[in-house]
Ligand binder design. Structure first.
Ligand SMILES: Nc1ncnc2c1ncn2[C@@H]1O[C@H](COP(=O)(O)OP(=O)(O)OP(=O)(O)O)[C@@H](O)[C@H]1O
Length: 235
């Protein structure tokens, strides 16, 4: 069951940012989303997750339209979202962040223990306030919080921004594991494109709020190809 977005338009209040996005995210695959700064990648992720209203177009999952659904209801449909910033409760402990994320979802309480097993670096810090975590640990917690709801599709808005290489590698390998287990992943890629494109199937290039290219992700690993595609988008 894939997530399908067609002709999606959205923005902030009256300011339209997305002018027609097409994107498909199948299960068991990592789908990369690339584009220049300000192209609308974060706006697209926020719209899919129900944080911004759809102005026009369609988003469908499991045969249902998600248009007009609240963020909570989209989460309950099986689409988890890890925003780029402000994605943990700093004052709460790691465990309480996970518990808080589980409250709205049936059976999610048991998943708190499950995600702590999956991420030993969080289990070791379960009673520590999230404000004391390193950038990589915090980002791991944000991903774990999304997993507590038991999503089938996980939307990651540039989860490796500014992280030390060891954490980039860990997050890449955890996300690959999740996809191998069946999850569909949409990954906004800005930094470390080589590492993420190497494990992705399809790459969507977004420019000025439109899907400008749909490519085989690994084709962008050829020398100079990624730069060429990203530079071409504004001509
Ligand atoms: N809350 C907001 N209100 C109004 N405009 C916004 C808001 N957030 C973002 N924008 C505008 O929407 C456009 C797209 O921003 P968005 O963050 O989606 O781009 P992006 O492709 O994710 O960029 P980046 O790579 O810089 O994160 C930008 O022009 C930005 O200024």
């Amino acid at each position: 069951m894939q997530l399908e977005v067609k002709g999606l338009k959205s923005g902030y209040g009256k300011v339209q940012i997305l002018h027609g996005i097409d994107l498909t995210a199948p299960p068991r695959e990592i789908t990369a989303v690339l584009g220049p700064n300000g192209a609308g990648k974060s706006t697209l992720m926020k719209t899919i997750a129900g944080h911004l209203p759809v102005m026009e177009g369609e988003m469908r999952y499991r045969g249902n339209s998600l248009v007009g659904h609240s963020a909570l209801s989209i989460c309950k449909e099986g689409i988890g979202f890890v925003p780029q910033d402000h994605n943990v409760f700093s004052a709460l402990s790691v465990r309480d962040n996970l518990r808080a994320s589980s409250l709205a979802f049936e059976g999610a309480g048991e998943r708190v223990a499950e995600v702590l097993r999956r991420f030993p670096i969080l289990a070791e810090r379960a009673d520590q306030a999230a404000s004391t975590l390193s950038g990589g640990e915090r980002q791991t917690l944000a991903i774990a919080m999304a997993l507590v709801a038991g999503p089938d599709i996980l939307i990651l808005d540039e989860p490796t921004a500014g992280l030390a290489p060891i954490f980039v590698d860990r997050i890449v390998s955890w996300v690959r594991e999740l996809a191998e287990e069946g999850m569909g992943v949409v990954w906004v890629v800005e930094q470390n494109p080589e590492k993420i494109l190497a494990i992705s199937e399809t790459a969507y290039v977004i420019d000025a709020g439109r899907t400008s290219e749909i490519l085989e992700a690994r084709s962008l690993l050829a020398p100079g190809r990624l730069e060429e595609v990203l530079l071409q988008v504004h001509v």
